[in-house]
Design a protein around this ligand. Structure first.
Ligand code: ATP
Length: 287
């Protein structure tokens, strides 16, 4: 018996929601990199799923599956080969206003010559938000991530975890409807990572933002997500959209020792192993 059997009925595709509840709609998204003078790379073959308003969805998949390609496609940073990404009913054709992205490389995404406050205010400044308003928003966002005291310091004076909190504050200050996070905690130590995970859960609940969180880490995906979207090997298709039926109130100790957490973790792990071994729902069906 596999975990798939054990969990059948509980990890099926998420039910379709009414159109008004959909924040992000991926419709038959395909992406092939076509660089002149180099062989084509088919990264995403077909992805078709929705994320409802206010959901926190994690994406996992084997290394090189196309997770970053997916996130960049959603962020409007890549031209799709086919299909479309629709944000709040509008097709994404470039970086949309209502979206913010937090990348793994906080060191490169923060400007070292600016203070923490200036870094947080920057996207608001670019958006044309008046000075007093952007100052207030930056202060609120820094308070959300418990960095009020560090506002006048420079990023290089802070630890890695604190720098990533600045990057999160910058995204939050922008008040996005959708927050995209690309392996944001891959470069910090385990204890800081756990703290940042809890910060994401609490901000998500508190702000009601829709979050798409890409990670390598299966435990992190199950701990954070309301759903875990599991990708196949490249060229990517959906392996399974797993519903995480853990209690809404989560904490590192209780949640991770919940037997249900172990079952879900095992199930996602087995899907990744299958994906790595080359199983693909598109080909399995054809066989
Ligand atoms: N600009 C590019 N030009 C050509 N191929 C690319 C480009 N960017 C990514 N690829 C290829 O697309 C595939 C998917 O890459 P992507 O970075 O999206 O995967 P990933 O799942 O995020 O990887 P990882 O888990 O290692 O971070 C890989 O084969 C990669 O080499």
């Amino acid at each position: 018996m596999t975990f798939t059997t054990l969990l059948s009925g509980r990890s099926a595709k998420a039910p379709e929601a009414p159109a008004t509840d959909v924040a992000l709609d991926l419709r038959n998204v395909q992406k092939t990199y076509d660089t002149p003078g180099r062989p084509e790379v088919e990264a995403i073959r077909n992805l078709d799923f929705r994320i409802n308003r206010g959901e926190l969805v994690c994406v996992v998949g084997p290394s090189g599956a196309g997770k970053t390609t997916l996130l960049r496609s959603i962020a409007g940073l890549l031209d799709l080969t086919a299909g479309e990404v629709v944000l709040d009913g509008t097709p994404v054709t470039g970086p949309p206003d209502g979206m913010a992205v937090v990348f793994q490389e906080y060191g490169r995404s923060l400007f070292p010559w600016m203070t923490v406050r200036q870094n947080v205010e920057l996207p608001l400044k670019e958006k044309g938000v008046p000075k007093a308003e952007r100052k207030a928003k930056a202060e609120r966002a820094l308070a959300e991530v418990s960095l009020t005291e560090a506002a006048d310091q420079h990023p290089w004076q802070l630890s890695g975890g604190m720098q990533q909190r600045v990057a999160i504050a910058r995204a939050v200050a922008y008040e996005p409807t959708v927050l995209l996070m690309d392996e944001p905690f891959a470069a910090v130590d385990a204890q800081t990572r756990a703290e940042l995970e809890d910060l994401v859960r609490s901000l998500w609940k508190h702000l009601g933002v829709t979050v798409l969180f890409v990670t390598h880490d299966i435990d992190e995906a199950v701990y954070l997500g309301e759903r875990v979207v599991v990708l196949s090997n490249r060229p990517t298709v959906l392996m399974e959209d797993v519903s995480v039926d853990l209690p809404a109130e989560r904490d590192q100790l209780t949640t991770r020792s919940d037997p249900r957490f172990g079952e879900l973790r095992g199930h996602v792990y087995s899907l990744i192993q299958k994906a790595k071994a080359g199983h693909r729902p598109d080909e399995d069906q054809e066989a």
